[in-house]
Design a protein around this ligand. Structure first.
Ligand code: DSN
Length: 426
């Protein structure tokens, strides 16, 4: 057997500059509260696979049908990843080669739509993703994206939820070839039954981009998009806690063939086999019963955090959450406070979030009136409901500090202490 070297040691010897920057980043992750809803701390096992010798190989094609020699082990690894993905999500077909979620979406569009075809997706500033029809993205440039809104009436019990009457009306009017659900900043459960009914009524395919909630679905903390959805795309690194990458799933054999062609040779060349090995490890971890506990704790933490923030006076999009994320409308504590300032002060205090538009936001995406937060990474570190009160308090003091350096410094030192109590899993 070949000798395995300690990769960090090898890097430190070969390139101290890069090794030092990685070490500083590890220190940043260890000593800050990672609350970006789409981020997580993957396992050492996943990182070992991604950092392995598998990066050396070209494997264009699929298991048993490659264009290069020497792919035997890669066939086994990719097959393992495919079988585990199918088992995890209870579906018939999986393509594990997408380099990212945006690439998975591009391939889905390439497989199922013609240029100029119409599809429905949410108003992007209400929680969509740039690959769901941003005019400067291929999804908005080469296809006709028509956007459905949320319910904006704050008096409605469904405030901040998908406006299904609008979805049905737009579907009847535009006769889309596809309806897209699944979001980047939507805190509520997705009602796949209602989407399926509307898709059937207008003869559209139903696609779900489950990137944000893939881990919750895997762990049974959000309902599955199957059997209602025809095609499901995702990333593997958010709530699913795997390597940075994409995945496409379906139960339809015709769609499966089109998807395989759309990924290779349609939109990608050589697959990233080291990342596919990381996906196999991640799917194996998510199949372990302990992942169910994790997924449910992520949601319990988000709900608890939301309640504490509401008690402190913050308004939340849709008044709360069913999943891993919360969208705070900062205007509810100070009409002048922007997401840009709030996220900056929080970062200075060691609480990592992102500014985010809220429904009907008058401010630009570079400024915004909101902050998006999530609990996947804190939950990986072992945070539970009692710590959510502490986190809400630290956030509240920072956001009400008006940028005061002393307040922020005090919060920063408390964040470091909290991080010490919950070290990163290695
Ligand atoms: N950039 C991701 C997010 O933060 O939601 C979406 O891919």
């Amino acid at each position: 057997m070949a000798t395995l070297t300690d990769p960090q040691q090898a890097l430190a010897q070969a390139d101290p500059a890069v090794a030092s920057l990685i070490a500083q980043e590890a220190d940043r992750q260890e000593n800050t509260l990672e609350m970006i809803a789409s981020e997580n701390h993957t396992s050492s096992a996943v990182m070992a696979a991604v950092g392995s010798c598998l990066t050396n190989k070209y494997c264009e094609g699929y298991p048993g049908k490659r264009y290069y020699s020497g792919c035997d082990y890669y066939d086994e690894i990719e097959t393992l990843a495919i079988e585990r993905a199918k088992e995890l999500y209870g579906c018939e077909f999986a393509n594990v080669q997408p380099h990212s979620g945006a690439n998975a979406n591009l391939a889905a569009f390439f497989a199922l739509l013609e240029p100029g075809d119409t599809y429905l997706s949410v108003v992007l500033s209400d929680g969509g993703h740039l690959s769901h029809g941003l005019p400067v993205n291929v999804s908005g440039k080469w296809f006709n994206a028509v956007h459905y809104p949320l319910i904006y009436d704050e008096a409605s019990p469904e405030y901040g939820h998908i406006d299904f009457d609008a979805v049905a009306r737009l579907a009847a009017e535009h006769k889309p070839k596809m309806i897209l659900c699944g979001y980047s900043a939507y805190p509520r459960t997705i009602d796949f039954d209602r989407f399926r009914k509307i898709a059937d009524d207008c003869g559209a395919l139903l696609m779900c981009d489950m990137a944000h909630i893939a881990g919750l679905i895997a762990g049974g903390a959000h309902r599955s998009p199957f059997p209602q959805c025809d095609i499901v795309t995702t990333t593997t690194h958010k709530t699913l806690r795997g390597p940075r990458g994409g995945l496409i799933l379906t139960n339809d054999p015709d769609i499966a063939v089109k998807i395989d062609r759309a990924i290779f040779p349609g939109t990608q060349g050589g697959p990233l086999m080291h990342v596919i090995a990381g996906k196999a490890v991640c799917f194996g971890e998510a199949l372990d019963p302990s992942f169910k506990t994790y997924a449910h704790q992520v949601v319990a933490n988000a709900k608890a955090l939301g309640e504490h923030l509401k008690q402190a006076g913050y308004g939340l999009a849709s008044n709360g959450t069913d999943n891993h994320l919360l969208l705070i409308d900062l205007r509810t504590i100070d009409p002048e406070l922007t997401g840009k300032s709030g996220a900056l002060w929080l970062e200075q205090a060691g609480i990592i979030t992102n500014k985010n538009t809220v429904a009907n936001d008058p401010r630009s995406p570079f400024v915004t009136s909101g902050i998006r937060i999530g609990t996947p990474a804190l939950t990986t570190r072992g945070f539970a409901e009692p710590q959510m009160k502490t986190v809400a308090d630290l956030m509240d003091r920072t956001l009400r500090s008006n940028g005061d350096a002393q307040v922020i410094e005090q919060v920063r030192s408390e964040v470091v202490e909290l991080c010490k109590q919950f070290p990163m899993p290695h």
